[in-house]
Design a binder for this molecule. Structure first.
Ligand code: BV8
Length: 254
């Protein structure tokens, strides 16, 4: 049985932190009603996501891959960010330096008010021309035409997301590792910590001396490395941590 993390000690660390990084996965959006990948009703179950979220699947059957993304766009369009997203948006203004990195493509951190979000795997509301590489925003649910075609050259448009077997943008990846190696604390929220290279960010942070705070109802491969590991739902524990932090920062100001 893992002992309960010492929230007081965490608040003490946070109240002296110069740079806090938060790295999120699908679990931060679970309480908004968006299926995770590996959860009980996860995407993995209904679709073999790792077989569909690949360039090969798109080349072989763009209609099926677009059906998968249209289904997800439809769900995301009907849901709202939850209290966990909102706390992470508020934290943008309370630490001397703060960075939010996400594996998610749902855009919910931005919808909750976060201004600076480093999207490792792209965004489901962006489409990219498979010929010219031009990127456009499109929020139609359902799409007027599926699969969508480029208005300029007529080529297929694809979701502007990073598929399995595709490399992440080098600039985004370099930035993510730089932020992780500069921070004092890294929160890792709602990720099964399997998918690389995102799963390596907290280890890079720890190597540079940062404390790791994990928030996940289930243990993950990261749990043994975490300095604080909350077996909680993000939408519940983040508001509690935020309340304690507010009290401490208020007393510090007085
Ligand atoms: C790359 C966008 C270089 C698309 C995603 C062997 C062969 C080939 C490749 C590899 C290999 N080994 C490793 C790799 C690399 C591969 C990989 O990691 N594979 C995995 C399966 C092992 N990675 C890549 O391919 C990456 N590119 O490495 O380039 C390269 C190039 C060629 C060949 C080799 C290497 C690209 C990876 C990006 C893929 N795109 N998303 C889309 O979304 O459709 S990944 C996608 O899945 C997500 O973005 C996310 O990253 C990942 C899912 O993970 P999570 O977010 O953690 O979600 P999950 O459901 O798993 O977990 C949710 C967690 O939340 C759970 O722990 C649960 O307990 C918790 N939870 C539930 N409720 C709550 C909660 N937590 C808090 N509160 C709650 N309420």
């Amino acid at each position: 049985m893992t002992e309960k993390p010492d929230t007081k000690a965490l608040i003490e660390v946070l109240s002296h932190a110069n740079h806090v990084v938060v790295s999120t996965g699908a679990g931060i959006s679970a309480e908004s009603g968006i299926p995770t990948f590996r959860g009980k009703e996860g995407l993995w179950k209904k679709y073999r996501a790792e077989e569909l979220a690949t360039p090969t699947a798109f080349a072989q059957n763009p209609n099926l891959v677009w059906e998968f993304y249209e289904w997800r766009r439809g769900i995301i369009a009907e849901k709202e960010p939850n209290p966990g997203h909102k706390v992470l948006a508020r934290w943008e203004n309370i630490f001397p330096a703060y960075s939010l990195i996400t594996q998610n493509i749902d855009g919910f951190h931005q919808k909750a008010g976060s201004k600076n979000v480093l999207e490792l795997h792209g965004n489901i509301w962006k489409l990219r021309c498979t010929e010219e590489g031009t990127i456009t925003e499109n929020h139609e649910t359902p799409l007027k035409k599926s699969p969508p075609l480029c208005p300029d050259c007529g080529a297929l448009l694809r979701p502007h997301v990073v598929w399995f077997g595709e490399s992440l943008s080098p600039t985004v990846l370099q930035k993510a590792f730089q932020l992780s190696s500069e921070c004092n604390v890294i929160f890792v929220v709602g990720t099964s910590a399997f998918v690389q290279p995102a799963a390596s960010l907290p280890l890079a942070a720890a190597e540079a001396g940062a404390k790791i705070v994990e928030i996940n109802p289930d243990p993950t491969p990261l749990t043994p490395y975490a300095d604080f590991s909350f077996r909680e739902k993000a939408g519940q524990i983040l508001p509690l941590i935020d309340e304690e932090l507010k009290k401490t920062l208020r007393t510090k100001k007085e």
